[in-house]
Design a protein around this ligand. Sequence first.
Ligand code: ATP
Ligand code: MG
Length: 367
Amino acid sequence: MVPLLSSSSRPAHAEADAECHWAALDMLATLVAVVRSDARLLFVNAALEGVLGHSRQTLRGQSLATFFAEPYTLVQAIHNASTNQFATQRYETQLLRPGADPLPVHVVVAQSENAEQVVIELLQLETQSRHDREDRLVSQSLANKELVRNLAHEIKNPLGGLRGAAQLLEMELDDAALREYTQVIIHEADRLQALVDRLLAPHRSAPELAEVNIHEVCERVRSLVLVEFPLGLKIERDYDISIPEFRGDRERLIQSVLNLVQNAAHALEQRIMAGDAVIRLRTRVLRQITLGKRRYKLALELLVIDNGPGVPAAMQDQVFYPLVTGKAGGTGLGLTLAQSYVQQHQGLIECESVPGRTVFRVLIPLE
Ligand SMILES: Nc1ncnc2c1ncn2[C@@H]1O[C@H](COP(=O)(O)OP(=O)(O)OP(=O)(O)O)[C@@H](O)[C@H]1O
Ligand SMILES: [Mg+2]
């Protein structure tokens, strides 16, 4: 039963009254529709309006079943609910969206207190698994942050002493051949120091916020990478130029996107030699999305897509961990750093990869 939907005893005002009750449904991230027993729409909440791409005024009176891959199943379920054969009924199907891919949903058809009204709740199946993945990424990165910070400090302190002692020792040595050994100590201590500095970089200072245009960020990265890889690599742009500016740290975002695009370019080594390496930078606006358990009206999505061999399957769950690398000279910090910087913008980076198509997806909330 859905108590939100108690009906009015005055038919003339019934719809207006009900509309007020339903307004609360606009706060939900789940997609909700209220229909009559013949499946015609009385109300859709804001989340469902967003997914269907029509306003509730346009949708009112239309049959909800026309938006479903199996319309008859829905009509039957609504009939069953309104004739009291079931209080609730659940099944999985696909929601057909004009101009977009079908959306896999879990449908819950429930009676309301008014026998004439049936409530349909749609849970996005991919969202559920995305939430799980996001939760994992967020908690993983929190654990990373703590571990890395502590470890880096532990290494940093004795490192200074080690280097100083080697320098003192070097001054006492008469034999030049032995100085080679102290030089090794000093050189390696410097290398470790640089590594530790990179590990601590994202936690060192607060982001410097200013208005950022994501396409300026992309263009900057594009030109930097094309200077590094002038031959055999194409970087295509597919921008949605309507994306508004937002407050962010421009330099950190450039660094994040640069790390993603450089990784893609490195993975494309073979194709660059063959001359058919392509990286695509694609931007879009997403509406009504949930990120890190918070709901946002608007977010920006930036995809970095490459046609390289892909992230090895065994590594896919760990690419954002520090020091995880598949490259001979890699430090395995590029993605950790990119993820930290994007999370400082309340955003998230995800990865999906199969041979021939690797997508790193940056999501940043706008409002
Ligand atoms: N687009 C991609 N295609 C295939 N593998 C990738 C891609 N991006 C990342 N990887 C894999 O993920 C690993 C981790 O990347 P990450 O940027 O964190 O470290 P790195 O590139 O090895 O070193 P660095 O610290 O210099 O960036 C890479 O070594 C590579 O094996
Ligand atoms: Mg890298």
